[in-house]
Design a protein around this ligand. Sequence first.
Ligand SMILES: [Zn+2]
Length: 418
Amino acid sequence: MGKLVYIIVDGMADLPIKLLNNKTPLEYAYKPNISFFLKHAAYGFPSVLGKLAPQSDAGVMADLGYEPTKYSTGRGWFECLGLGMDPKDGELSVRVNFGEVKDKKLSSVRTYLSKEELRLLETEINDKVKLPVDFRFKIGEGYRAGVVFTPNKHQFSGYVSNNEPGYTPKFYKNGKKLSFATPIKDLKIHDIKPLRREAKYTAELLNLFIKNVIKVIKNSEVFISRAKDNKPLPNYLFLRDAAVRDPHLPAINEKFKRRWAAITGMPLEKGIASAAGIKLVEVEESQDINKDFSEKAESVASTMRSFDCVYLHIKQTDAVSHLGKYADKYAIIEAIDRIIIGRLLRELNIRGGDTLVMTCDHATSCELKRHINSNIPVLIVNRKFGQNKDFGEANCRKKHISAIRRATDILPFVVALK
Ligand SMILES: [Zn+2]
């Protein structure tokens, strides 16, 4: 086998949309460069997690060949690892959102802050919040952060609820944990609850953390100046997906006997890639999509020279799907075709044995504005295959490789190609 470029386009799959002539955004998008690759293409149409609508953590793990229900200890682990916080087995890693509460009711789970504001809050929280255990708090982008607590007298437990509404944890018999999107029933603010007796201490600590952090934030310059300017306030913390154990993903390089590199800007995907032992290539995230995609395409091209397999994650498609912006979604897919696939046309030698895979971690419906449990389209370009029809959900459903039943089957199939 030659080189493999593996592109995961976040939430790319969708349902047919009336205003797009009953096509999905992927089907509707003009994609001449992908069409060029269809001379040697086959399709997969696997499910990710059966009836459950996956979050990105489960989807990305599955796409990389790791059964989520066998490995996941909670998304918090990957988030904190991806933020560079180096969580250890036994520590408690949690994903954090800055949000806003008005009149004791949920107003927003996302208070967007500038990098400067986030940095100031990070320093204040790390310096001023006092707890019975040591902790480290680190900011991400916008409204996101992570926190890792180090145990002293008591062991931590991952059997706690989320106080971020809309994400409900599901625990498996083997002790593994995933969380799923669930409807928000009420706007009440809930404490974090222990879901097993052993988690009582952990839940109390997390509630104390939230309380103490809010006190510090409310006395911060950031808060006072935002209140003066009538801007949305970061007056509450929403926590989710606490993890206590290293998921111990078997190293991907060993598993598939290939050297892997990853190009992705978001902490979650960085964390999953790191946990799998994939070398992270530094890339700047740019708000300008043309610049972002051009830089990532160049990065794939140069990384291919020193690695066998390059995993590229594209995030933008999921964000617009959650906002219901289907026209933006197909425009982003067109930009992927124009900039990234166009660049790969010059770089990949399909006849010489290189392989291109393009898929997604889950389907996100623009009409429903949420993740759904639909199967995902998978494009596999390899010299073994002949001409295929337009890449989209309907064609993948019609004719797909039967060996790829689950998303976890994609990579074992692909690396066995010659
Ligand atoms: Zn996703």
